[in-house]
Design a protein around this ligand. Structure first.
Ligand code: NAP
Length: 378
């Protein structure tokens, strides 16, 4: 008798436990896009293994910035369509979300049907496609203007609620750099198709996989600069830019606006090299090249069928000061405080140190090195 009663009691407890775990849907599980009225149901307890009902497509997903953007979107339970050209290059993104949350789809920037397929089910599209050099298949115009236009047209046709175009700081119609001119024209092309597209203009980005600090730290004896390294830029962390893009995902107030996303401190290339030397504890020698010679050498390297790392246009960009537009929207309007390269540079440059000094602390940077720690973990 006693045994049966105990068993019944245990059974009741088990049923109550299962019932408390069963999720019931209520009004707060429902979200909708203001622009299209599209409704979405959340499922699960939040995080990578749940779904928030949103579907985002990221073009340019195989790039440096995109891995942080995809990670941040997937972390909230967004299903992310990652549009790739080479499947091997997109494989690392799979682990950003649970099974079925990251959906790789192949696309060609000139193929309208494939682009359409990538955006068909999405409620937000990010265009991160960009290139620092031209190839025989794709000019700057093809990548930044026509490519952006095609993606925007597909998104508009599919009724996508939000569009975020990643351009570049200093993008201007009259820039001496073709990259920056076409980035500006790309913004215009997108706005013609989707007037309330959000435009993000990041400055020079740094991070673990960048083509900026890594080149400085790696290039023992092979580094050069033009104009004596006097050009002044505002280096910005890719993590801060990705966070800004994440905020734009839900904040409909960012629609139709342009945000200039640059770091808090202006630094010349000379100062950046000095910082890299101090942190890496290496001499990092550098040659100063006259501009015409650097451009000529870059134009020869640019013609190689491989190793297209430098182009005359990139050299031209190295001579330009960053000129943020006065009064433009930026990080503070998204409630983000960007980190300072001087404070977090140790995380990215320590790996260039020799074994003997690898563990030594770097105490400069206004003593705020620790402030940057979340950057590594996040
Ligand atoms: N990095 C910076 O400091 C910086 C500064 C200002 C602005 N931006 C802009 O910010 C965005 C992201 O920067 P990032 O450094 O992450 O760029 P990235 O590493 O060079 O990645 C660029 C992405 O665009 C894709 N892409 C390039 N040409 C393409 C084409 N013809 N067809 C299809 N896809 C193509 C690449 O795909 P594949 O892997 O298949 O080539 C890659 O996924 C870019 O638009 C860039 O111009 C970057």
């Amino acid at each position: 008798m006693l045994a049966t009663a105990l068993l019944r009691q245990a059974g009741r407890r088990e049923t109550a436990k299962v019932a408390s775990m069963t999720q019931t849907r209520s009004i707060h599980d429902l979200t909708f896009r203001k622009k299209t009225g599209q409704t979405m149901f959340t499922h699960g307890r939040g995080g990578r293994s749940s779904t928030n009902g949103h579907i985002a497509t990221v073009f340019g997903c195989t790039g440096f910035l995109a891995r942080y953007v995809v990670n941040k979107l997937a972390r909230q339970g967004t299903q992310v369509v990652v549009a790739y050209r080479d499947p091997d290059e997109a494989r690392h993104l799979k682990v950003a979300g649970d099974l079925g949350q990251i959906i790789p789809l192949e696309f060609d920037l000139k193929n309208r049907e494939q682009i359409m397929e990538c955006v068909r089910h999405s409620d937000i599209v990010y265009n991160l496609v960009g290139r620092d050099y031209e190839t025989k298949n794709f000019t700057f115009n093809d990548v930044h203007v026509e490519g952006s236009r095609l993606i925007a047209e597909a998104a508009a046709e599919a009724g996508v609620a939000r569009f975020v175009q990643v351009s570049a700081l200093n993008a201007a119609e009259d820039s001496t750099s073709a990259f920056l001119r076409t980035k500006y024209l790309g913004e215009q092309a997108v706005r013609e198709v989707i007037p309330d597209a959000t435009i993000a203009r990041p400055g020079t980005m740094y991070g673990h996989e960048d083509r900026f600090l890594n080149r400085i730290g790696d290039g023992d004896g092979w580094q050069f600069w033009v104009n004596e390294g006097k050009a002044k830029i505002y280096p910005v962390s890719a993590i801060d830019v990705a966070q800004a893009l994440e905020v734009m995902f839900l904040a409909d107030s960012t629609a139709g606006k342009t945000y200039e996303l640059y770091g808090p401190r202006a630094m010349t290339y000379q100062q950046i090299y000095e910082l890299a030397r101090e942190i890496s504890m290496k001499p990092l020698p550098i040659r100063s090249l006259p501009l015409p010679i650097a451009k000529f050498a870059a134009s020869l390297i640019d013609k190689l069928p491989y190793n297209q790392m430098i182009s005359p246009d990139l050299i031209e960009r190295m001579t330009l000061d960053d000129k943020p537009t006065p009064g433009a929207l930026g990080f503070k309007d998204l409630y983000i405080e960007p980190v300072d390269l001087q404070n977090v540079g140790i995380h990215y440059l320590r790996r260039f140190r020799s074994n003997a000094v690898f563990d030594l602390p770097y105490e400069k940077g206004e003593g705020e090195v620790k402030k940057g720690l979340y950057h590594v973990i996040d």
